[in-house]
Design a protein around this ligand. Structure first.
Ligand code: RIB
Ligand code: CA
Length: 323
């Protein structure tokens, strides 16, 4: 079987950065490109963050494409204060990285997605961890690719838990509910890795080699946390990722989102894209409500025996953290 080709669609914030590192490290797929989106930050900052991180990780061969600067229903975008609080003003925990030596690709994100869909078809997996604006636009520009792209595994949505922006909506879906609705309805095979599972996977302070904050230990429930981002590995990569995650974990603590650690949202989507056994999937044809960004069953498609949507509803946290 041919190795899967992966495209990441990142609004490069903190957890997107770890998704990128995971996608590069896994032997189970080839990362062929990263497209950028507005979301945690402005799209140009997201693209530059990706270039900088690729350089840090020694993979300047991976091309980066600029995508949507705002949602499909607006003509501008302002970064939300809460995004800056959680991800820093620069999106990556206010950690300064050297200017990249590589440049953004001149091809657009949408055209790169379309070209890759025709080239790799079923072997292509797209992993959006920000708004779904780029993918919706690609589907609309070239409807043929709906039947080509083999797998879309996204971080976003909330089926059985409250949202993290309002009681109903999750941040990535909230940025562009119309685009998300289009993608849920048109993707050939779509896996939603939402807050239902990502909130069950935490990176704790003890994981990154800092002094342990009182009450924050290295294990919780049945999970024992490995040392994944140790600054004491002595590598520049380890130090930078530990610094970036310090910011994120502190934000979770200070904003009282979770005092035990920070949710590993976006890397879980990469993990599930390469190994769906990390989660339990519920087959359910879904929709996104345009007015309030809810990700729910689509009444018009509920009885369709063919399911194109699968929602992750349980996760094997120790297995994931080990990965
Ligand atoms: O709701 C969590 C999601 O919103 C993550 O993808 C995070 O990076 C932000 O984009
Ligand atoms: Ca993200």
């Amino acid at each position: 079987m041919a190795k899967k080709k992966m495209i990441l669609d990142l609004d490069t914030g903190v957890d997107d950065a770890l998704a990128l590192a995971y996608a590069l490290a896994t032997p189970d797929s080839d990362l062929i490109g990263v497209v950028s989106s507005f979301g945690n930050t402005q799209v140009t900052t997201a693209g530059e963050n990706t270039l900088k991180l690729l350089e840090l990780l020694g993979r300047t061969d991976v091309p980066v494409f600029i995508g949507a600067a705002h949602s499909s229903t607006t003509d501008s975008f302002e970064t939300m204060q809460v995004s800056m609080d959680i991800h820093g003003k620069n999106g990556i925990g206010d950690v300064a990285l050297p200017a990249p030596t590589t440049a953004l690709s001149s091809q657009t994100a949408v055209d790169f997605i379309i070209e890759s869909a025709h080239k790799y078809a079923d072997d292509l997996v797209i992993v959006p961890t920000g708004p779904l604006t780029n993918l919706a636009e690609a589907y609309q520009k070239d409807p043929e690719i709906e039947n080509l792209i083999g797998n879309v595994t996204l971080m976003g949505g909330a089926l059985v838990v409250p949202g993290n922006v309002t009681p109903y909506t999750e941040a990535n879906i909230n940025q562009d509910p119309e685009a998300a609705d289009y993608v849920f309805k048109h993707a050939k095979h779509l896996v939603m890795v939402g807050l239902d599972v990502t909130l069950q996977t935490l990176l704790k302070i003890a994981c990154i080699g800092n002094s342990i904050t009182e009450g924050v230990g290295a294990s919780s429930g049945s999970a024992t946390y490995p040392s994944v981002l140790q600054r004491d590995l002595g590598t520049e990569k380890g130090r930078v990722f530990a610094d970036i995650f310090d910011y994120y974990i502190d934000a979770y603590y200070d904003l009282d989102i979770n005092k035990a650690g920070a949710a590993l949202h976006d890397p879980l989507a990469v993990g599930v894209a390469v190994d769906p056994n990390l989660v339990t999937l519920l087959p359910l044809n879904m929709m996104v409500t345009h007015e309030d960004g809810r990700t729910i069953g689509d009444p018009t498609r509920l009885r369709d025996p063919h399911k194109n949507n699968f929602a992750a509803v349980a996760v094997d946290e120790p297995f994931y953290l080990e990965r």
